[in-house]
Design a protein around this ligand. Sequence first.
Ligand SMILES: CC(=O)N[C@H](C=O)[C@@H](O)[C@H](O)[C@H](O)COP(=O)(O)O
Length: 232
Amino acid sequence: MTPPAPGSPSLAEQLKGRLIVSCQAPPGDPMRHTDTLVRMALAARSGGAAAVRVNDPEVVAATAAAVDLPVIGLWKDGDSGVFITPTVRHALALVEAGATVVAADATARPRPDGSTFAALVEAVHAAGAQVMADVSTLGEGRAAAAQGADLIGTTLSGYVPGSPVQSAPDLALVTDLAGALDTPVIAEGRIATPEQAAQALAAGAHGVVVGTAITAPTALTRLFADALAPRP
Ligand SMILES: CC(=O)N[C@H](C=O)[C@@H](O)[C@H](O)[C@H](O)COP(=O)(O)O
C-alpha cells in the first residue's frame, strides 16, 4: 500500500457522500470470472463510483492494477460463521494484493482461528491499509470503532443468527450507528434503488455500498423471470 501523497484527500474524504460499488459474484455464477469482475469495476468507475468492493485476493490484485479507485477488499472463505476475512492471514493477503481497505466480519461471533477483530485491525494498520468493520448491530459497531476500525458497515444486518431477515436496507441501524459513532458509517445491504441510496445518506451514512442492484445480472434476471413465470 502506497500512502496518499501529501495534500491529497484522505480515504474518508474521498468516500464522503459517495457511492461504492460491490463487484462480486457468488460461487457458480457465470460472472465469477476475474476479468469480468474487473470490467464491472471499470464500468462502476465510469458511472461515478468513488470506490469498489471486491472479493478474493486474485480479484483485488487485478482490480487494483486496472482501476484507478480505492479497492475495499474482502476474502469470503467458507459460508458459515465468520467467513468474511476471518483471520489476520486473510486480511494481510488482501493488503498484499493491493487493497486500500480490508473489509472484515466484526460481529460478536468467534473467529475460526480464535483470533480477535482487534488483532486484525492492528495487523492491517501495521501493513499500511485501513479496515471496514462489517457489523449487524449497534453494539458490534461500537465495539469495532473502539477497536480501531476506520469505517463501520451495516453489511451483516439480516445475515447473522439473531439479526432479523429483512428485504429493505437497515436504515434504522445506519441512523443508530451514525448517531453514536464518530467513525464514518457505510450503509450496505439490500440498497436496491437510487432513492434508497439517497435515504441512506440522509439517515447519516458517510457513503453507500450497492452490489446486487448494479452488478448481479443473474439475480436481477431471476427477479424479472420469476415475476413472469414464478418457479414452483
Ligand atoms: C451478507 C454478505 O455476504 N454481503 C456481501 C458482502 O460483501 C455481498 O454478498 C453483498 O453483495 C454486499 O454486501 C452488497 O450488498 P447488496 O448486494 O445487497 O447490495
